[in-house]
Design a protein around this ligand. Structure first.
Ligand SMILES: Cc1cc2nc3c(=O)[nH]c(=O)nc-3n(C[C@H](O)[C@H](O)[C@H](O)COP(=O)(O)OP(=O)(O)OC[C@H]3O[C@@H](n4cnc5c(N)ncnc54)[C@H](O)[C@@H]3O)c2cc1C
Length: 427
C-alpha cells in the first residue's frame, strides 16, 4: 500500500523528497558543527533507517503499525543513547545527551510518530536506570525496554490532575509484606495500551505531594486495566487511560518509597523536557528539508518558487531559526554530558537549578518553533504541503501536540518566572 490516496506531486519532485535527500540536506547543515565522531554516528543511524525503510517497503502510510518496528531498532541500541547500561551488560561507544539528540534527529526524520513513541519508552527507562539498585526484577524490565523487547509508558497524568501533577489522587497503601496496593486512574499515557512495563506515581494520602511514591508495574498484573484514548494528531500512537483496582506492587518494584516520589518526578523532568525539545527541533528539520527541496523544484510563473521572495524569505526565516535553536540545544546537551561526567551523575544543586530553567526554556522555545515551522513550511508548499503525499501532514499534526506534553507552554513559563525570582534573590 502507498502512503497516499492519490499522487498530486510530480514524480521528479516526489523522488527528490526521498529520505536520503532529506538526510543529505540536514547533514550539509550540520557537518561544520559536529565532530567527526558525532557526524559519523548520525550517518550510521541514518543508514540504518534508510536500509530498514527499503528492506521492509515502508511507505509511512496509515496501515503501518509503528510498534512492529521497535524490536529491530531496540536490537541496534536505537531506543535511547542517553546512557550506557553496564548493569545489564550493554555498553555503547557513543552515548550521552548529544548522541541521543543525534539519534533522535535521524529517527524522527525517518518517522516522527515512531520517534515520539520510543521517546515515551525512554521516560520509563530513565527512572529504572536511576533507581534499579541491582534488583533483578528491575534489571529485567530495563533490559526489555532498552533493547526494544517491549514498549514502556510513564503514568503521571490523571483525569483530574494534569498540570498540577504533585497533588495526585491515585493512592498507594502499604501492606504487611511491604508491597503496596494502588488505586486510582491515569490518562494520556503514550504506549500504555501496548506496554509491558509502566512507571507510575501514587501518594499515601490524596493531594499530598510529600507522600508520593514511584512504582514499576508489569501491565499483566491483576488490577491493571487500560483503554486506548484517541488523539487524532498522532493516530499511530497508542495512548492509554488506565484504572488501578487494588493493583498489588511487590516490594522489589518500588523505585521510590513514600516521600521520595516527588523528588523522582522532578529528577525526570530535565531529561524529559530536553527530549521533547530534541523531538520538536527534529520535526523542524523534517519540515524545512521537505520545503527546501520542494521550493527549489516547484515552478510557477516559469520560475522556481524559491526565487519569489514571499517563499524564499519565509523559508530562510524558518531555516535560520531552526539552525540557531539546534546549535543552542547541542550546546546544552554538550554541557549536560560534561557535567554528568565531572560530577559522576550527581550534578550539584546550584548547577542543576540552572539546568531546570534551561530545560524549560528549550522545551518552551523549540516546541513553539516546531508549531510555526511545520505549519509554515507546509503552507509554502501549497496544496502539496497539506496533502497526504509526504510526511508534512505528520509534522503539522505532531508539532501541535508538543507544547502540551511534558508540562504545557504556560507551565514552562511559570517555571521560568520562578527561576527569574530565584536569580533576583541571588543578587
Ligand atoms: C498526546 C499526549 C501525550 C501525553 N503523554 C503523556 C505521558 O506519556 N504520560 C503522562 O503522564 N502524561 C502524558 N500527557 C499528559 C500531559 O502531560 C498533560 O496533558 C499536560 O500536562 C496538561 O495537563 P491537562 O491536559 O490536564 O491540562 P490542564 O492542566 O487542565 O491545563 C489546561 C490549561 O490550563 C493551563 N494551566 C493549568 N495550570 C496553569 C497555571 N498554573 N498557570 C497557567 N496556566 C495553567 C494549561 O497550560 C492548559 O492550557 C500527554 C498528553 C497528550 C495530549
Amino acid at each position: 500500500m502507498s502512503r497516499f490516496i492519490d499522487q498530486v506531486i510530480n514524480d521528479e519532485i516526489l523522488n527528490k523528497l526521498s529520505l536520503k535527500n532529506r538526510y543529505s540536506f540536514l547533514n550539509n547543515n550540520l557537518m561544520a558543527v559536529l565532530s567527526s565522531e558525532q557526524f559519523n554516528f548520525l550517518k550510521k543511524v541514518q543508514k540504518f533507517c534508510m536500509r530498514f525503510e527499503k528492506k521492509n517497503g515502508i511507505t509511512h502510510g496509515p496501515d503501518e503499525d509503528v510498534y512492529d518496528w521497535i524490536p529491530t531498532f531496540g536490537a541496534e541500541g536505537y531506543i535511547t543513547r542517553a546512557h550506557n547500561f553496564e548493569m545489564i551488560d550493554i555498553t555503547y561507544e557513543n552515548y550521552g545527551a548529544v548522541y541521543d539528540f543525534l539519534r533522535y534527529l535521524a529517527i524522527d526524520m525517518f518517522d516522527t510518530q515512531f520517534a515520539m513513541g520510543s521517546g515515551a519508552t525512554v521516560l520509563a527507562i530513565n527512572p529504572i536506570f536511576e533507581h534499579h539498585e541491582n534488583v533483578p526484577e528491575r534489571l529485567e524490565a530495563l533490559k526489555d525496554l532498552a533493547t526494544g523487547k517491549a514498549p514502556g509508558a510513564m503514568l503521571i497524568t490523571e483525569p483530574e490532575r494534569g498540570s498540577d501533577a504533585v497533588h495526585q489522587l491515585t493512592t498507594c497503601d502499604e501492606q504487611e509484606d511491604s508491597s503496596f496496593l494502588l488505586n486510582g486512574e491515569k490518562v494520556f499515557n503514550v504506549n500504555a495500551p501496548k506496554a509491558k512495563w509502566a512507571v507510575a506515581y501514587a501518594t499515601a494520602e490524596k493531594n499530598n505531594g510529600n507522600l508520593m511514591a514511584q512504582f514499576l508495574i508489569n501491565t499483566s498484573w491483576d488490577g491493571w486495566s487500560c483503554e486506548r484514548v484517541g488523539v487524532p494528531w498522532v493516530p499511530k500512537l497508542y495512548i492509554g487511560h488506565e484504572w488501578f483496582e487494588n493493583l498489588k506492587v511487590p516490594k522489589e518494584y518500588i523505585l521510590g518509597p513514600v516521600g521520595k516520589g516527588r523528588e523522582h518526578l522532578f529528577e525526570g523532568l530535565v531529561p524529559e523536557r530536553i527530549g521533547i525539545a530534541c523531538g520538536a527541533i527534529s520535526q523542524c528539520w523534517g519540515a524545512v528539508s521537505h520545503a527546501a527541496i520542494y521550493a527549489n523544484m516547484r515552478k510557477q510563473f516559469e520560475q522556481e518558487i524559491l526565487k519569489f521572495q514571499g517563499v524564499g524569505f519565509l523559508l530562510t526565516d524558518l531555516w535560520a531559526k531552526t539552525t540557531n535553536l539546534t546549535l543552542g540545544l547541542l550546546k546544552f546537551c554538550e554541557a549536560y554530558d560534561e557535567k554528568m561526567e565531572k560530577f559522576e551523575g550527581k550534578i550539584p544543586t546550584n548547577i542543576s537549578r540552572v539546568m531546570v530553567a534551561s530545560a524549560s526554556q528549550l522545551k518552551y522555545h523549540c516546541t513553539k518553533l516546531s508549531k510555526q515551522v511545520c505549519y509554515e513550511a507546509a503552507n509554502l508548499m501549497g496544496g502539496a504541503g497539506v496533502s497526504d503525499n509526504t510526511a508534512m501532514e505528520d509534522y503539522i499534526n505532531i508539532s501541535r501536540i508538543q507544547e502540551i506534553i511534558g508540562g504545557t507552554r504556560q507551565i514552562q513559563q511559570y517555571i521560568m518566572s520562578m527561576s527569574l525570582r530565584q536569580l533576583f534573590k541571588m543578587l
